[in-house]
Structures are given as C-alpha cells and as structure tokens.
Design a binder for this molecule. Sequence first.
Ligand SMILES: Cc1ncc(COP(=O)(O)O)c(C=O)c1O
Length: 389
Amino acid sequence: MKKFETNAIRTQLEKSINREHSVPMYLTSSFVFEDAEHMRAMFADELEGNIYSRFTNPNTSEFIEKMCLLEGAEAGYATASGMAAIFASFMGLLKSGDHILAASSIFGSTHTVISKFLPKWGITFTYADINKPNTWEGLIKENTKMIFVETPSNPALDIIDLEWLGKLANKHNVILNVDNCFATPFIQQPIQFGAHLVTHSATKYIDGQGRVMGGIVLGTTELIKEIHTFCRSTGPSLSPFNAWTLSKSLETLAIRMERHSQNANTLASFLEKNENIEYVRYPFLESHPHYKIAKKQMSLGGGIVSFEIKGGISRGRKFLDALEMCSLTANLGDTRTIATHPASTTHAKLTEQERKDVGITPGLVRISVGLENSIDIVNDISQALEKSN
Ligand SMILES: Cc1ncc(COP(=O)(O)O)c(C=O)c1O
C-alpha cells in the first residue's frame, strides 16, 4: 500500500499509444463500439468500459480512483459540484417516509436542501446540536435512514467526534454521511471512523486554485451503486475537463494542505492576541471548545479561521472594506486568502434564529487562509483591523 502523496501523484490512466507522461484530456461525449454485439454487451453491463460521459469518462474515472485511495473508499461518483454530490447522496438512498438526522451546523445550501426540498418528497429531518452529543441518540427514529454531518463545519468550525458518531450510526444501522470538504482526506478520513459515505465540494481544496467546480461522493460499493444509478439517469456528472483539472490538483493536495494549515495557525495565533477580536475559532487552538476531538481525528488544523470582530456587523463590514490584499469572494480553499461575511452571504437565506443555532453571529468573519507568505496575510488583516476601529 503506497503512501498518500504517492497515490495522489502516481494513480494514472494507462498511457495511450502516444506514451505521454502527463495524462491527456478525454474531451469526448461518447465512445465508439467495435460492432453491434459489442454495443449490446456494453449496454447490458456484460463488459466494462466507457459508453457515454454522463455515465463514465476516463478522466473522471482517474479522479474517482485517486479519491477512493485517498479516502479509503471502495467506490465513488464524481459530480458537477459539491451540492450535486450531496443531493445525489440523498436522492440515491432516501425515499418518501425516511428521516434524516443532520447536524445543525452545516453549509447554507445543504441546509436548504434538507429543510426545504427533502420534505417535498416526504423525507423528514431533525437538526441536532453538535454541542449536545448526548441528545443525538434520542433523536434517531425508527425511520431514520441517514445521519449527515460536516466536520469542521462551515463557517463556525464546529468539530464532531467521528469515532463516537460512527459507533452510534452503526449501532442503529443508519448510514453516516460526512461532508469532508474543510479537512480533505489529507487531514481526516471519516471512513476510518465508521462513516459509510464521504462527500466533497472538490471546488474547494481539491482544486485548490479557484478554477473549476466539482464534487464527489465516496463510500461502499453497495451505496455508491444506488447513487451511480440515480446520477447516470439524472445527469449531474462532472465534466471531463474539470475531472482532469481536479486529478492534477490532487498531486499537490498534501503539500498545499500543510502550508494552508501552517499559515492558518500563524493567523489564528495572531488574532487570539489581538484586542480588536471578541473570539477566534481554529480547530488546533487550545481555546477551541472541541480542541481535543480535533486533535484526535485531524492531523492538521486546516486552512479556515473564523473570528468575531468587536463591534459586530458594522465594524465587520468596515474591516472587509479595509482589506487591501485579501479577496472578497464566495469561494474558499484557494491559493489566495479570502475573507467572507457568512451572515450576509453564504448563510443569508437562513433566518436570524437559524443562523444563531448554527453559530453564525452578525460579526463573524471567515478567513480562508491562502498560500501567500504568512507575513503578508497577517499584515493585511492587521491593518484592516486597525482601520476598521
Ligand atoms: C462544506 C461545504 N459543503 C458543500 C459545499 C457546496 O459545494 P459546491 O459549491 O461545489 O456546490 C460547500 C461550498 O461552499 C461547502 O463549503
């Protein structure tokens, strides 16, 4: 069994007759058959191979194979975005009459899918509080089919004990579905702790350079088969171009996550001592309420730092306007440092109370710490804090 970095770099499609070193792009919608019998056998699933890029494509297959190795999963399906992966994991496996238990601290669009769309198809939901783990078992019902969590969560950086949750899900025979977008498989592998499915917004750290959208759902062969059938018919597939880009990006995931975490740690330590800050959240700061769990299941703290600026929303906006280098944009996990204000952007569709429940206070700022020199990152944030005063 090869190591993480080696798998991320050396898992490649077989060379073509051109003996290329770097895998080429297979920008083709469909694949030709040898003859009528070959075509029949392919459609009958008697032979393996590519038919049509909505089903499979060589670039997508390479990306999936790598991600399976990195997450320790048996199978996967790659989608056009992270939300498509999450939605497919629900639609492929849940039916009318089922119940989903989800952590209340989750990404805004996932929250919308669970609370606004799933009920339309007769799938009910309950949100559970990460800070009250002893209430979770009581929230599992006869018809609970899936538990969905995000750890660390976006943007409050709550951490859930995956070992505990894996045991709980398995005790009740419920599918545990973990959004591993913030940690990436380099930092945390939920399947090791008993998760049955892992979803990703590959748009974030997996691309890592703010270029393409993508998503993936990984897990057991049995579960992925259902999800694959749903996707093959409904069409949320990842484009071959994006799959090629994402597979290339994985070659540098380990080295990028190390530097993102190092820079984020430097920024978090700086902010913790800064008088303009109410509180700072970073998984590897001892002051984080779930520090011990983070240390148990994550190898590094990751690249996201959240903080509450003194003076609430109006000071928060002044701070964002005073930034000179950091970008104001909706993405995260980029080489460029990004600042966002979740209450007025990613989580704006939630009610004030819903935002409060998921730990989003009005002055909460989320920094996706990039790969610029950490001195320049800290200097920009420091000068903006001063100017916002
Ligand atoms: C934790 C998390 N999950 C899922 C998504 C959705 O991914 P995408 O934007 O690729 O659809 C995001 C996007 O920000 C996210 O932060």
